[in-house]
Structure formats: C-alpha cells, structure tokens
Design a protein around this ligand. Sequence first.
Ligand code: DGT
Ligand code: CA
Ligand code: CA
Ligand code: ZN
Length: 612
Amino acid sequence: MGMTVSLGSRYNHGMSNAALSAIFEQMADVMEILGEDRFRINSYRKVARVIAETPTDVRVLLEGGQLADMPGIGKSTLAKIDEFVKTGVITAHQELLARIPPSLLDLLRIPGVGPKSVKTLHQELHVGSIADLKQALDDGLVETLPGFGAKKAAAIRRGIEFLEQAAGRIRLDQAVAAAQLVVAYLQGLPGVDRVVPAGSLRRCAETIGDVDILVVGWGLPHQDPSGPRDRWGKPHPTNEPTPEQIIESFTKAPFVERVLGAGGTKGSAIIRTETTPVQVDVRVVPPESLGAALQYFTGSKAHNVRLREIAIKAKLKLNEYGLFQGDKMAAGATEEEIYEKMGLDFVDPLLREDRGEIQAARNHTLPQLVRLQDIRGDFHAHTTATDGSASLEEMAQAAKERGYEFLCITDHSQSTVIANGQSPQRLARQIEQIHKLNAKLKGITLLAGAEVDILAGGALDFENELLADLDFVIASIHSALGSPRERVTTRTLKAMDNPYVTCIGHPTGRVIGYREAMDLDLPAVIEHAAQTNTALEVNADPSRLDLKDVHCKMAIEAGVKLALGTDAHSTASLALMPFGVATAARGWATQADVLNALTLPKLQSWLTTKRP
Ligand code: DGT
Ligand code: CA
Ligand code: CA
Ligand code: ZN
C-alpha cells in the first residue's frame, strides 16, 4: 500500500472543520518546505488551530458572519474558506501542492520529522521520498547534515520503522465502524441467519489488519436426496441463496470499492468508510460448524496453534469445521463445547493472545473480566472551560443517560495553552460551579478534577493548596515526549510522589499510527505507582488506548489500580468507554482492578487513601 497524505482529524468536529484545518496546516507545511515567509506560515498554522478547535461547523459560522470576528481570520483567509465551502477545494492549496513532489509530504508522517527537516533533506541530499530517506540513512549522509547528527538520524530511523509497522493497519474504532456497515448489510440479505465478526476485531486488538466476518447462510437442509447441494455436498434448501450467492451479494454492496477475490464461501473486498478504506473478509459457514469457524477465525494465530497442540495430544483434530475424533464430529456448533471437549474453561476472545490463558483455562484460574456493565463512572472529561464542546451540565446529563453514578471533570491546566488550559483562578471558580451544580443534580455526581500538566522537572502545573480542593487529579505529560528515557521516567515518578496525584494520564503518550510512545521505563513506573498508591489511567480514546493491554496486565500484577477515562471532549465521546474496558480486560482486569467499578462512597473513601 502506497503512502498517501491523510486529511483526517482525530477529533469529532464537523467533517468540514477537520478537513479545512488540515488544508491550512498542509499549506503551512508546504510553504515551510519551500522556505517561504515565516509570518504567513505562522498565520496559516494559527488559522488551522482556530478552525480545528471551533465546535461549530465553519459553514454555519460563515453564513452567520461570525467567522470574520474570529482570531487570526483575515480577509484573504475568509475568501479561502468561502471557496472551500462552495467548491470543496482551495486553489492556493492546490497551487502549493503542485510545487513539490507529492512523495515529499509522506516524509512528514515520520514521527520526529517536521517541514524544516524535510526542507534540509530535500535541498542538501535530494531526498524526495521515504525510500530516498532510507537510502540516505544507510549511506550515513543524514547524520552529517547541519542540525542533524547521529542521534537525530537514529530517531528518524526508528520513526520510519514505526510508520512501516503501522502501515495498512487501522484503529479499532475504524474497524468497528466498517464492521457495523457490513454486518447491517449482510443481515438484510435473504437467507442470512446470523452475522458474527471474528478475527482481531472480536478480540478488540488495538489495531486491525482486516475485518473478518462470518455468515451463517441457510437454515435446516431439506430432505430431498435429489435436490441441490451446497459445496460441502449437503442438501441445500432450494429457496435459500447459496453461499456463492451470499458472497456475490456482498461484493455488490454499495460500499464496496474494490473486490479482491470472491468464490465458493469466501469474499474479500476493500470497502469505503467515513475515515479510511478497510479490507473485509466474509466467509459463509454451515450452522453446525459456526462454533469451530468462530474459534478458528477469531484467533489469534498463536492461541490457535497452542489449542491445536492440545487437540493433537488428545488424539483429536481441530479445524474450522469442528473438533473431530477420527471421522466423528465431537464438537463444532458452539465455541463453548469445543473448549469443554478439550478440557478447558471457555476463554474470552479478549484473552486469546497466548499470554497464559490456556494454562489458566486448564487450571480453572481464568479471571472474571471487568465488563462495561460494571463501570459506574468516567474519570476523564473536558468541558467548554477548556477544549471540550459541552458545558458541565450537558456532560453531567449525558453521563447520567449512560447510567453512570459519577463523572469526573478534568479540564486542562494553564500550561496546555493550545487547549485553553485553566488558570488557578478559573479552576477555583469551576470547582465552585461543580459543587453548586451537584446540589441541584439528581442521580449523577460530578467529581471536581483536573488534568494537570507534569512540567519539565516533574513538578505539577498547580500548587498543592489548589489540588487539595479537587476530588481527583490526573497528572499528564503533554510536552517534550521525545526526551530520553531517564528524563521522562523521572518526570513521571516525581509526579506520583505528589500526594494529591490520583492517577497518571495516558502514561506513555502514544497516539496510534501517529506518535510513538515515550521511552518510559514502565516496570519502574508501575512499581512506583504501587508504592505511592497512584492509579494508572487507561485512556479509552481508541487513538490512545494508553495504558495498553500488556501494560495493564503488568500493572494489575503489581497491585496497581486502573482508572478508565474516555478523555471525552464532547458528550458523544463518553461513548468511547467500551474501548477502555476492552483494553483493561485484555490485560486480565477484573472489577476489583478498576476504580470505575467502585460505588461512589467506596470510591470517595479510596480517594482519601493517598492524601495526607
Ligand atoms: P489482523 O487481521 O492482522 O488484525 O489479525 P487477525 O487475527 O484478524 O488475522 P487474520 O485476519 O489474518 O486471520 C483471522 C484469524 O484466522 C486469525 O486470528 C487466526 C486464523 N488464522 C489465519 N491464518 C492462520 C494460520 O495460518 N494458522 C492458524 N492456526 N490460524 C490462522
Ligand atoms: Ca483480521
Ligand atoms: Ca482476514
Ligand atoms: Zn484529557
């Protein structure tokens, strides 16, 4: 798959705001690569930011005339936005793009490579693509460039590796959206009984290569021995579509962009979704094999390999059609009976990664995993006080509608200027507002919290005196994420020493497919979290999932509590909680490991345990 420039945005603003912001950002990038006027570059970046952070659709603002009053939006910018709204493109943008080879922009996707570096690489070494850059690195040329050096060359090499690993894989939420589209369509086809997602999607892996979907295609076979037969030689009801016909219908679905292969019982296609093209594999399976097929195609491959070893030892044969003893089918219709016949407890798909689950299934020691129903509240939410799009009241109402007991408001602190972080005075006023609101609210309690920046030396962005007025303090690193291991680790450990810090927010700072994790010493962080009674966040935003599954498992084994937070910037994004729950559960989390499962009184008492 070739690299293309994505104009997508991480945030759920109106589609046109995100697209427009990305265009201004790209114009600034291209101008910087071309070495043009600094002032105009900065002003384009400002416009990009203003548009991205505006909750209202630019089309509405343009029509209402408010756009002209917004900071950084001058006459020529206004004309460009007007052109975009009317035509979907900006001529000045197209002209800029025409002045550089398109592959040059791919370089910007490498973590640690900005437009200034691209300019130098292009001018000095004639690097025009990622392939060129790899060659230049191998030839030892990059480290000799002014302002580069061996360290930066090594960082670029790591960045390219990161990008190549991510290539072709999509985020879990994007896969879910694709699956929903396909499942709804397949379910509407005549003769389709059940449609079930399998593969890495069913396991809720953090990234997905392709979406696998199983279809149970027809009801009970009819008894006429001379009637039509399916491809397994079984009699097939004449009035039901054959697997071939179901696959053909799939390939003709309106969202299918390109068919990769179709025939028999399997079809593969690239489908269009709102955010990205997605490969989907559809397989039709007979009902008596659904369990076996589900087991096989859910994987993971590593889990399946282990399972097959166990089957062989027991003189059984396990494949996607069933579990066989000689010619006799011992199990196949459900996954439960397959595990049972092999002497194993049922293994939740979230655990099927060959990380000890098979041994635990044999010893009856699998954990009772935390579920969405166990979650009584959300620990990470922003409001209009900083960069969120909903008020305190709106967020409280939305949390109540989700059936929560509590919602913790954690707006940004002053140092995160880009997100309109709050001054101590503004936070103090917000705490008061929350207390007043709680007196009125029924059926939901807001906790007064903050997402406080961990400053460069590990100190916090607010004084302890103010932090003491909060119920819940998330301490997060938002700057200098690329610092050496020692520095980012000490910074995190020091923040945990603060008695008012409840948890560390998105501890590794990664953004999936976009930014590498900090080079954090996680065992040290987890050990210190246990010592200081600090929780670690599982940020449920599917572009973060931070801590990730394996780190959740390490934390739980050390006795550290997990605090799940959606990092919601709108009422809608409170719905991201299932991604956090799945990530914690993939780390073997039970109810007892997750602070969100505590009742409010129990939570409030837990929150006092660390405080002086
Ligand atoms: P992905 O698509 O890369 O995110 O990961 P999966 O796990 O969905 O992998 P995929 O789509 O290649 O295959 C789906 C499942 O089918 C996989 O989890 C296990 C099973 N499978 C595929 N190939 C093999 C194989 O060669 N051996 C075994 N035992 N199972 C396989
Ligand atoms: Ca797959
Ligand atoms: Ca597949
Ligand atoms: Zn946040």
